[in-house]
Design a binder for this molecule. Structure first.
Ligand code: ADP
Length: 259
C-alpha cells in the first residue's frame, strides 16, 4: 500500500512538472506577440498615437513583460525540480557579470535616494554558467531594490578558504554578498523565504510584483554550482544575502554530475 502511494505521488509530481513545462511554453508565444506589438504601436510605427493611448500601451507592454518573467520563473523551477536544469559551465569573470547585472537594474533605482556600490576583490576566473550567474545576481539585486527605499545596495566579493571535513581538504570559495538598507526580514521568516511561492507580506504592493519564486530558483542555481546561500537581516535596518561558489572547477563538475 505504502509503495503504491509513493508511486502515485511520484507520478503526480511528474505530471505536474510536465504540465507546467508545456503550459509555460504555450504561454510564451502569445505573450511575445503582446509585448512585441504593443512596442510597435508605442513607437508609432503603425501611425501616430495620442498621450492616453501611449499610457495604456505602456501598461500593456509592462504587464506583458511582467507576465513573461513569471512564466520564465515557472519554467525554471519546474526544470530544476525535474532534475533537468543543465548548466553550461565555462570560465567567467565575476566582476563583468556583476557589472552587467548592476547596469541592468540601474533604471530601477532612478528617483530613489539609493547608491549602488561594488567592492570586488581581484579574483581568478570562476567556472560557472554565465547566464545563470547573471540571473542569480539580477534576482538578488532586484529584490534589494524592491525592498529598499533609501540608503545603499552593495555587492562585495572575496575569496574564502575553508576546511572540508568530508574530503579532508582545504577548499577555496568565492563569497559574494548583496547588502541593502531596506525593510529587512523578520527572524522567523528567514528560512521560509527560500521556499517556493513564499512571500513575507503578500499584501505589500512590492510583493505583488513577484510570485515568490526568485529566491528558491536562486538557491537551487547556486546549489547546482556546488555553492550555498544564506541571509542575515534585521527588520528596519536591512538584509545581506551571501552565497558561495567553489573556485576549483573539479568541485563544480563533481556536483553537476551527481545532481
Ligand atoms: P518575489 O519574486 O515574489 O519577491 P522572492 O523569492 O524573490 O519572491 O522573495 C521572497 C520574499 O522574500 C519577498 O516577497 C520578500 O518578502 C522577501 N525578500 C526577499 N529579498 C528581500 C530583501 N532584500 N529585503 C527584504 N525582504 C526580502
Amino acid at each position: 500500500q505504502q509503495k503504491r502511494t509513493a508511486e502515485r505521488l511520484a507520478e503526480m509530481d511528474y505530471l505536474k512538472t510536465q504540465f507546467l513545462a508545456v503550459m509555460s511554453h504555450e504561454l510564451r508565444t502569445p505573450l511575445n506577440s503582446i509585448i512585441g506589438f504593443s512596442k510597435v504601436l508605442l513607437k508609432g510605427i503603425d501611425g501616430p498615437i495620442n498621450e492616453r493611448q501611449a499610457q495604456d500601451l505602456k501598461y500593456i507592454h509592462e504587464s506583458g513583460q511582467h507576465l513573461l518573467a513569471l512564466v520564465q520563473d515557472i519554467i525554471d523551477i519546474s526544470r530544476i525540480n525535474a532534475g533537468k536544469m543543465e548548466l553550461q559551465l565555462e570560465e567567467v569573470d565575476l566582476r563583468e557579470i556583476v557589472q552587467s547585472a548592476m547596469d541592468a537594474v540601474t533604471p530601477l533605482v532612478q528617483g530613489k535616494p539609493i547608491t549602488l556600490e561594488q567592492h570586488i576583490d581581484e579574483l581568478p576566473p570562476l567556472y560557472a554558467d554565465r547566464r545563470r550567474l547573471r540571473q542569480i545576481m539580477l534576482n538578488l539585486l532586484s529584490n534589494a531594490i524592491k525592498f529598499t527605499e533609501k540608503g545603499y545596495i552593495s555587492v562585495s566579493a572575496q575569496i574564502v578558504e575553508s576546511w572540508n571535513t568530508c574530503t579532508e581538504q582545504q577548499e577555496s570559495f568565492v563569497q559574494v554578498s548583496v547588502s541593502d538598507t531596506g525593510i529587512g526580514i523578520p527572524a522567523d521568516r528567514l528560512t521560509e523565504i527560500f521556499e517556493e511561492f513564499t512571500q513575507v507580506d503578500s499584501s505589500d504592493s512590492r510583493s505583488r510584483d513577484g510570485a515568490g519564486l526568485g529566491l528558491p530558483i536562486t538557491k537551487k542555481l547556486i546549489e547546482l554550482h556546488g555553492g550555498r546561500i544564506w541571509v542575515k537581516s534585521k527588520v528596519g535596518e536591512g538584509s545581506t544575502f551571501t552565497f558561495t561558489l567553489p573556485l576549483n572547477s573539479r568541485g563544480v563538475q563533481e556536483v553537476v554530475r551527481t545532481v
